[in-house]
Design a binder for this molecule. Structure first.
Ligand SMILES: NC(=O)c1ccc[n+]([C@@H]2O[C@H](COP(=O)([O-])OP(=O)(O)OC[C@H]3O[C@@H](n4cnc5c(N)ncnc54)[C@H](OP(=O)(O)O)[C@@H]3O)[C@@H](O)[C@H]2O)c1
Length: 340
């Protein structure tokens, strides 16, 4: 055995254990507008935005700070491949209703009135060592995973419904893609409305991701037939991104060890390019069915809790009520609001 073969062997072991990801087939996205949230370099969102732009879409990316740097990084990466892209960036902090309002208003003022693809990709998984005994709360009082992974993305989606409906009406196809996780299986319907188990951040992450599944399915039920706005939800795989580093923040030695061994993590886990494939597939494949949970570019096993349509309906309605209370729009678009 040659010493230099070790990385290759570890990668092979990783692929054997976790399986390499299939690649989404190329689709012409010329004339389509797509928003991808959470696109920092090294993330799944970055690679998703890069591919959508390479395939011709007009792409809007969001980061919490310095979106211009990410736009520049994307444009440079695409230029190296000889591609000219149309990418714009804006800040977005999903935990701030003001930030979500500002982003939606900016999009509505600066872009055409159609949104064909919304990828709710931004997300967090903090406290990987389950050290929190109580939830960490956002400034407006919500558990932080719930607020970031579910509520913020749901608010963004609802504010952009007019543009999604317009794209659905004029092009026959608009899509909302919620990036969930296999860990949505840790979620329970009984805990969507009030915490009952002692706090555990992994379960809180699972609750937020179960809510994104209900949300995507409810979009499909409420908007697909009448408005051609379809809902998709997916697990991207176990991917080497920045998420685990952030999840170990504040753990001292362990975080240092993780940073030291992150090249090994990158060898074992799938790459961000591979991690982006299922959401790209959901966003672009011409004949893919909405209202389904995907994994590895095909139907995946979804938590049976997500079959409870009454729970999904209640979650939608309560979320809608909350969105109305924090939205700048006096009359927020609903599924019942017909387009002119
Ligand atoms: N990696 C995996 O193995 C895995 C597995 C299952 C599901 N997922 C899901 O995949 C999605 C992408 O994650 P990733 O692995 O690419 O993680 P990542 O590298 O940490 O990227 C997450 C992105 O979300 C942004 N973000 C975090 N908090 C935000 C907020 N409050 N408002 C707006 N944006 C925010 C981050 O911005 P900053 O850079 O400013 O923090 C970053 O751009 C997440 O929804 C995650 O739950 C990942």
């Amino acid at each position: 055995m040659n010493f230099e073969d070790i990385p290759k062997m570890i990668r092979h072991l990783g692929r054997t254990l976790f399986g390499s990801a299939p690649i989404a087939p190329v689709t012409d996205l010329t004339g389509k507008t797509a928003i991808v949230t959470g696109t920092s370099p090294g993330s799944i969102g970055f690679e998703t935005a890069k591919t959508l732009a390479a395939w011709g879409a007009n792409v809007i990316i969001t980061t919490r700070s310095n979106p211009d740097a990410t736009v520049h990084a994307l444009m440079s990466a695409l230029a190296l491949e000889g591609k000219v892209a149309n990418i714009k960036g804006h800040t977005l902090d999903l935990t701030s209703a003001q930030s979500v309002n500002t982003f939606a208003e900016w999009f509505q003022e600066n872009d055409e009135d159609r949104l064909h693809i919304l990828i709710n990709n931004a997300g967090i998984h903090l406290d990987l060592l389950s050290q929190w005994k109580e939830p960490t709360r956002t400034a407006d009082g919500f558990e932080i995973h719930w607020r970031t992974n579910y509520l913020g993305s749901a608010m963004l989606t609802h504010l952009l419904l007019p543009q999604l409906k317009n794209a659905g009406k004029n092009n026959g196809d608009a899509r909302v893609i919620n990036v969930s996780s296999h860990l949505h299986n840790k979620g329970l319907n009984t805990e969507l409305f009030a915490q009952q188990r002692p706090y555990n951040s992994w379960e809180a992450y699972g609750q937020s991701k179960l809510a994104t599944v209900h949300h995507a399915f409810e979009i499909q039920r409420r908007l697909a037939q009448q408005f051609n706005v379809k809902g998709y939800v997916l697990h991207p795989g176990a991917i080497a991104t920045n998420i685990s580093g952030k999840g170990l923040e504040g753990t001292g030695l362990l975080q240092k060890l993780r940073n030291l061994f992150s090249p090994i993590e990158a060898l074992i886990l799938l790459s961000p390019v591979e991690g982006a494939q299922t959401q790209i597939y959901c966003a672009t494949h011409p004949s893919i069915v909405g209202g389904v949970y995907y994994e590895r570019c095909e139907r995946g096993d979804v938590n049976p809790e997500s079959n409870d349509t009454l729970v999904a309906e209640r979650l939608w309605d309560e979320t809608q009520t909350w969105i109305q209370s924090v939205s700048n729009s006096p009359t927020i678009e609903t599924e019942e609001t017909a387009i002119p």
